[in-house]
Each structure stands twice: as structure tokens, then as C-alpha cells.
Design a protein around this ligand. Structure first.
Ligand code: GCU
Length: 609
């Protein structure tokens, strides 16, 4: 503990009594790991990407009748006229089309601002095979989806940025199958995120869709990481569906000459922990190993890195060595075309810019980015801060909101738990101090820890106390995270740019602090005096002075300025300057670097690894 003990001890006693009272609630932690059909790209898949037929349905007429009751014969029935007198007032096949994956806002001028229901329909051929299971896997759909196969509802999902799978073995038919989705991106006060955000509400099937086929008995999920405690052991588990007593799965790591037989229990799960001395993954050496899982003829291959991440006082230790996280924040906005990122090429452009900046870490804000983004970051030696969109003023008193956030947290962890690059799970961004918020977030932190002890928990905070001219990091949430993120915009939302170099910080916590956001806006190519808002010179002055401020924070363990590239936001109207873009990027959305890019690059290049 850094500061005088008494106030903190009193505070601790009060907080402890508060949580003792909550004990029953905390005891309701959902320890059932959220299994996920792991590693789609290495399975037998049929892509369903491409042009889908669509119907824009702002009044949800395809789902509700005129009494606002769900219809039995909604658009998901894909009805066709059989007789010339039939009355059917929709037809997917003569309506518009949209590309999947992709947001609809940037695909058609009339959909730029559209928030509501969009029906999607595609058809695919299927050849029935015996003794197989079949799943539909969706990379992400923003925001709420209902999914129908051949007119039968097979599932629904809430949350715009996490992947999920639905078993459809029983609903598929030989030959042509019809897949219809009701996608609704309306913002909801009780949603996660809630009704206001500083990013564009891109709606649609924004990541890829696959039909995945597996043997009847199949490896569904697995968790394989270096043990956080016994650092010379590879530990984890495998989950097999339709397993039978006595099943065994082979786990092989050829480069380590390891072949292990994993006994699978009656619950389908088999745990393991065995000695190993793998070369550690790190930004300078993003080493991954071919890991092969064998279930009879089913072979699942992955490439997994092994590393440890922990804290010691105000230091972050990667593989036991203190490391400074030289980062940048990134939204999932595509360079050049803008809209949601949909291709590995766009992912590589963004991450290559981060590498050029001198980064060893990327803060993927404010929601889980695509699996492709995380896997490419891992290959390129970039540590990842991955975050769920518990952003600003979600309804902390609402149990359904909590469950939604909890589901998105579990889905985020379930998808990327084998990615060594992911070192930080972030549970929130800029959430207002309050008892309900503290309970909501401390439970999420506990949930994340109960699922994954191999990563650090963090959150980006924007509430500090001014004491004797010093900014004091004393948000009570600091008690529940391993690493404290601080968002602070000296020179942009307060103070003059030149005042920032004299700003001093202190912390109530003996924990690492990452400046998860700082910066300011500039229209690329606009030049003028340093005191002229929106010029590159103004932004450069903000950066120069904030960097001087950072150099005086001895408990600083990293930073990820806001933001790599300009991105679209409903909050940024100023014509000729913003035109619906947040201009805090170091690079314009057309890929042109601003002066501040080079200022930040020089700072990072001056920092030892
Ligand atoms: C906040 C917030 C970002 C936002 C940024 C800004 O810190 O976390 O989502 O875009 O400030 O105001 O530009």
C-alpha cells in the first residue's frame, strides 16, 4: 500500500462489510465455463459469406402482427406464392442484397443511419452424412439476432461483438437449406453497450458465417496454456461432446516431443497438467507451437503460444521480466473503405501501422474485435487488451444488463483463451463511480478470474481526485483489478496542451497503471498555430506535453493513446472537420499519418523493451 494506511483501512472495512452483506450474491458466480466451438478455421467448414437477400423492416412487420404479437408466419417462413390469388407482402428474392460479412450502414446510402431490424436470407446446399453434428457459427452480429433454419427457430443471440455457434444437425435437410436471420441493431438503454457510445452503431452480420461439420463425438472446446503458478507446466482441459466413458484424446506438441493421452470424464471434460519447457511467447519472439488434438479420425490443429503474465507492485512482468506496454488504442474501423473491418488485409494494415508506431501492445477498444485480429496480433508480436462494451452509463442496477455483460465476458474469454497475445481482459470503460457499478464490475472481475487465471484483469477509469494539485488515482474499482487503466485528456477536454507537462499523478494502489487513453483531435492536413484547435500542430503539442507528463509517472506500466486511426462516430458532427469522424487518430481513415504519429513513434523508440 502506497499511502497513509488509516483512511484506506477504514475504507476497506466499510467495503468489506458492504460485500459481506452481498456475500450470497457474489456466491452466485457462474463458474460453468462458457464452452465455445473452438478454432473454426481448422475444422470442416462451408462458408456462407457472400451476398445475402435482405429486407429492411423498421416496424418489425415480419415478426409481429398488427396486435404486436409474434406471427407464426413471419418472414422467417420465406413464404412463396402458390396460387395467383395468394397474398404475400414480401419476397426476399426480389428484394435488396447485402454483403456478409459487413455492416449495412456503409453498403447503401439509405442505410447510413438505419437502426432497426434487417432480415437476411441465404440458401446453401447440404449433403447429409451419417454420424455427424452440424453447427452454424457466427463471428459477430450487431446487436440482437434470431436465427431460423428452414423456418424453424434454432437460436438467438444478444451482443454485437462476440462469436457463437448453434447446433443445427436436426434442422438441416438434404439439398437446399434456407437460413434466415432477424438482425436488430436498435440501441437499448438496458443494453451492453447502452444507448450512447462514441462509435458508430454499425448494424449487420459484421463477421463471417460458417456451417461447421464435426464427427458425432467431437472435440468441442479446449484450453491449453502455461500454468500461471507452476510455470514449467502446460495446463488445461479438453471438452468433448457426445463422449462415452473411457474416451481418450491425444494431445501432441511435436516440437516438444510431447504426446499425452487425456482421459475424458463422463461430463465430457478431461483436464491435464504436464511438465514442459516451451520457448516463451513475447513481442520480440512471438513463438507459437503446433498443438494437435486427436479424437480418432478427427484432428484439430492449433498454434498456441506459452507465456506468463503477472504483476509485481507497479510492474507488469511478461515471462518474469518487467515490460512497458507501448501501445495504441484501435477501433474496428476499416481503413480506406471505413465501416466495420471485414478482411484479414484490413486487419494487417491496422496492426502493421501499430508495429510501425513502435508498439508491443494494442488496446482493442471498446468491444472484442474479430478472432482474426487477435490471431494476427499474436503472430506479429503484439500483446492484446481485450474489452467488453461495459461503456459509460450501462444500467448497473439491472440484473438483465449484468447477465448480458456476463455473457459477453464469458464469450470473449471462451473464444480467445488460447491466445498468448491476450494479456488483459478489460471489464469496463469510463464507468461512473457508484455502489451498484462497483458491485456490477467487481462481480465481472471475479467471474473473469474464475474462468481464467492466466491473464490480468483491468478496466479503463476516468475518475480521479484532485488533491494538492496532484491527480490521485483512487477509484474504488482499483481494488478489484490487477492493472488500472486511466483515460485522461489533458490539453483536449481540460487544461491547455502546454499545461500537461506539469501535471502530476499519484495512486492509492500499489498496482501497475496503464494510460489507456490520452490525446486530441486534428484534421489530417490542416495546419496552423499550436493554439488552433483541429490543426496537426495543436494535436502535436498535446502529444509532446502529455509524453513529458507520462515520463514523470514512476508507477506507469504502459500507455495506449487514443487512437490509431480516425473512426466514425455519431457524436462528431462538425462539418468540414469531423463530418461524423472522431479525429483523434494518429492516422486519417485514408491512411495518411499526422505529425503526432511521429512524435509518439519517437517516444516509443526511446523506451527500452
Ligand atoms: C473517451 C472514450 C472513447 C472516446 C474518447 C473521445 O475516453 O473512452 O470511447 O472516443 O474519450 O472522447 O474521443
Amino acid at each position: 500500500m502506497k499511502k497513509n494506511q488509516l483512511p484506506f483501512l477504514v475504507f476497506t472495512l466499510i467495503t468489506l462489510s458492504f460485500f459481506i452483506a452481498l456475500e450470497p450474491a457474489l456466491a452466485q458466480l457462474d463458474n460453468e465455463f462458457s464452452f465455445q466451438l473452438q478454432n473454426i478455421e481448422r475444422r470442416e467448414t462451408q462458408t456462407l459469406d457472400g451476398l445475402w437477400s435482405t429486407i429492411v423492416d423498421p416496424l418489425e412487420n415480419g415478426f409481429y402482427n398488427h396486435r404486436w404479437l409474434p406471427k407464426d408466419d413471419g418472414y422467417f417462413q420465406n413464404k412463396k406464392m402458390k396460387h395467383p390469388s395468394d397474398l404475400i407482402e414480401y419476397d426476399f428474392d426480389t428484394d435488396e442484397q447485402l454483403m456478409v460479412p459487413g455492416d449495412w450502414n456503409t453498403q447503401a446510402e439509405k442505410l447510413y443511419y438505419y437502426e432497426g431490424t434487417m432480415w437476411y436470407k441465404t440458401e446453401f446446399d447440404f449433403n447429409q452424412q451419417d454420424n455427424q453434428e452440424h453447427y452454424l457459427h457466427f463471428g459477430a452480429i450487431n446487436y440482437e439476432a434470431k436465427i431460423y433454419v428452414n423456418g424453424t427457430k434454432v437460436g438467438e443471440h444478444v451482443g454485437g461483438y462476440t462469436s457463437f455457434s448453434l447446433k443445427v444437425t436436426d434442422e438441416l435437410i438434404q439439398g437446399t437449406n434456407v437460413l434466415i436471420l432477424k438482425v436488430d441493431n436498435k440501441r437499448r438503454r438496458d443494453g451492453v453497450p447502452t444507448i450512447n457510445t462514441d462509435w458508430w452503431n454499425y448494424g449487420g452480420i459484421t463477421r463471417s458465417v460458417h456451417l461447421v461439420s464435426t464427427p458425432k463425438k467431437h472435440i468441442y472446446d479446449y484450453f491449453i496454456q502455461l500454468d500461471a503458478e507452476k510455470k514449467d507446466h502446460i495446463t488445461g482441459w479438453i471438452f468433448v461432446k457426445n463422449s462415452t466413458k473411457g474416451d481418450q484424446i491425444n494431445l501432441e506438441i511435436p516440437e516438444l516431443d510431447l504426446v499425452k493421452k487425456i482421459d475424458i470424464g463422463e461430463d465430457g471434460k478431461g483436464s491435464f497438467s504436464f511438465k514442459a519447457k516451451p520457448e516463451k511467447w513475447s513481442p520480440n519472439n512471438p513463438k507459437t507451437y503446433q498443438v494437435i488434438l486427436k479424437n480418432g479420425s478427427e484432428i484439430i490443429e492449433d498454434h498456441i503460444g506459452f507465456r506468463t503474465i503477472e504483476t509485481k507492485g507497479s510492474k507488469i512482468l511478461l515471462n518474469g521480466e518487467a515490460i512497458f506496454l507501448k501501445g495504441i488504442s484501435i477501433h474496428e474501423e476499416a481503413p480506406f473503405k471505413t465501416g466495420r473491418v471485414t478482411s484479414v488485409e484490413e486487419v494487417r494494415i491496422l496492426l502493421q501501422w501499430a508495429k510501425e508506431l513502435g508498439c508491443n501492445y494494442v488496446r482493442l477498444a471498446h468491444y472484442p474485435h474479430s478472432e482474426t485480429m487477435v490471431r494476427e496480433a499474436e503472430k506479429m508480436g503484439l500483446m492484446v487488451w481485450s474489452e467488453i462494451p461495459v461503456y459509460w452509463t450501462v444500467l448497473y442496477e439491472n440484473p438483465d444488463t449484468y447477465q448480458n455483460a456476463n455473457n459477453q465476458l464469458r464469450e470473449m474469454i471462451a473464444r480467445d483463451k488460447n491466445r498468448a497475445a491476450v494479456v488483459l481482459w478489460s471489464i469496463a470503460n469510463e464507468t461512473p463511480i457508484g455502489d451498484a457499478r462497483l458491485k456490477f464490475l467487481s462481480q465481472l472481475a471475479a467471474q473473469a478470474r474464475s474462468m481464467d487465471q492466466t491473464r490480468l484483469i483491468t478496466a479503463a477509469l476516468d475518475t480521479q481526485t484532485k488533491r494538492d494539485g496532484v491527480n490521485l488515482i483512487d477509484d474504488p474499482l482499483g481494488e478489484y483489478v490487477d492493472v488500472i487503466g486511466v483515460n485522461s485528456y489533458c490539453g483536449w477536454y481540460g487544461g491547455t496542451p502546454s499545461s500537461c507537462k506539469n501535471l502530476r499523478w499519484d495512486s492509492e494502489y500499489d498496482k501497475p497503471v496503464i494510460f489507456s487513453e490520452f490525446g486530441g483531435g486534428a484534421l489530417q492536413g490542416l495546419h496552423g498555430e499550436e493554439n488552433e484547435r483541429w490543426t496537426e500542430e495543436y494535436q502535436s503539442t498535446v502529444y509532446r506535453n502529455n509524453i513529458e507528463m507520462l515520463k514523470n509517472i514512476e508507477f506507469l506500466a504502459g500507455t495506449s493513446p487514443w487512437i490509431l486511426m480516425d473512426f466514425r462516430s455519431h457524436r462528431r458532427h462538425l462539418r468540414r472537420i469531423q463530418s461524423d469522424f472522431n479525429r483523434k487518430g494518429l492516422i486519417s481513415e485514408q491512411g495518411v499519418k499526422k505529425e503526432s504519429f511521429y512524435i509518439m513513434q519517437e517516444y516509443y523508440n526511446s523506451i527500452e523493451y
